[in-house]
Design a protein around this ligand. Structure first.
Ligand SMILES: Cc1cc2nc3c(=O)[nH]c(=O)nc-3n(C[C@H](O)[C@H](O)[C@H](O)COP(=O)(O)O)c2cc1C
Length: 312
């Protein structure tokens, strides 16, 4: 069984990847998407979204990080895929699932799920550009407004030469609302030769078991669930119980250290509040913590509250 950490734009950056992979249980991380329009992007764009490139494209605990690209033009995606692997990404992932309005207006992300031939052409062009020993993978939803093209899209991606497919088991219109339609992943698996990784709505061990049964997949990708329970990957593997609040409080303090002294200190107050929002699902204590830090704007004030909460 493999467990991947899901890409989450604006949430799972290199600091979060570092922290979650230290907690453990992950085989691979995928970066926030690199937006490709109609040019070859400078190296600094890749290093900004994937500072792990300076470390053999691995997190400090040694978990590989793969760069994700989002865009609509096969040739520009291929150009930038080459840059990503030249800089050290162990392959390239293509985003065909992003529901954001700004991204879809310029025809990247989930909107491409309505254009099967274009999906094929993108994967094909990127596959041709990236050396054969490195994987070119894709991440899809089940469709844009409905699921009528789910199978055709998966077959097209397979025929274009993709190495692996992650399926977030919902349409763009279904957003992030439960349920996830894991049974559709099984239908996709039945028609492709590709290894398929199941994604969507896995919050605990039971969800993981039900998802594996319904989808027929051994491999999972987890996103919001890993923020709500940082040791979810290990928990799913049956290695650990959900992390206790005391340990989590310490983790929040450690994370504050990375954040404040990392290169994103000014984002820290928002990031920690955002994370508390996810934690509330699993830990009632996070609700109190959130209301205690909600109005605070200064990092040191927030860290003081975290310290107090850890000693409660
Ligand atoms: C805030 C946020 C940002 C996301 N950013 C990306 C992204 O950059 N690339 C991508 O392929 N998916 C992105 N996703 C989708 C997740 O990778 C994942 O498919 C989705 O959250 C469902 O999995 P989960 O139920 O385990 O969270 C994002 C999701 C959220 C909630």
């Amino acid at each position: 069984m493999r467990v991947y950490l899901a890409p989450m734009e604006g949430v799972v950056d290199h600091l979060m990847r570092d922290m979650l992979t230290r907690v453990g249980g992950f085989d691979l991380c995928v970066t926030e998407f690199v937006r490709v329009v109609d040019q070859k992007l400078p190296h600094k764009t890749f290093y900004r979204l994937c500072p792990e490139l300076h470390n053999d494209c691995k997190t400090p605990s040694g978990v590989p990080v793969k760069i994700q690209l989002l865009g609509q033009h096969p040739e520009w995606l291929a150009e930038n895929a080459m840059t990503a692997v030249e800089l050290g990404s162990p392959g390239v992932d293509l985003n065909f699932g992003c529901p954001a309005k700004t991204v879809n207006k310029s025809k990247g992300g989930a909107v491409l799920l309505q254009h099967t031939q274009q999906l094929h052409d993108i994967v094909y062009a990127v596959r041709q550009a990236v050396p054969a020993h490195l994987p070119v993978t894709a991440k899809i939803r089940l469709g844009y407004e409905d699921k009528s093209l789910a199978i055709d899209n998966a077959v097209a991606i397979d025929e274009a030469g993709a190495s692996e497919l992650v399926v977030h088991a919902r349409t763009k219109t279904e957003g992030y609302r439960p349920p996830a339609y894991w049974d559709w992943i099984k239908k996709i698996k039945a028609v492709t030769r590709l290894p398929v990784i199941a994604n969507g709505e896995i919050w605990n061990h039971d969800d993981a078991v039900r998802c594996m049964q319904a989808s027929g997949c051994d491999d999972l990708m987890i996103g919001r669930g890993a923020l709500a329970m940082p040791n979810l990957a290990r928990h799913i593997r049956g290695e650990e119980a959900p992390m206790a609040w005391e340990d989590l409080s310490q983790l929040l303090i450690d994370y504050s250290g990375y954040e404040i002294f990392g290169d994103k200190g000014r984002y820290y107050p928002n990031r920690i509040k955002q994370w508390c929002g996810y934690l509330k699902r699993q830990y009632p204590q996070a609700e109190t913590l959130f209301s205690n830090i909600r109005r605070l704007q200064k990092a040191d004030e927030i860290v003081n509250v975290l310290r107090q909460s850890a000693h409660l």
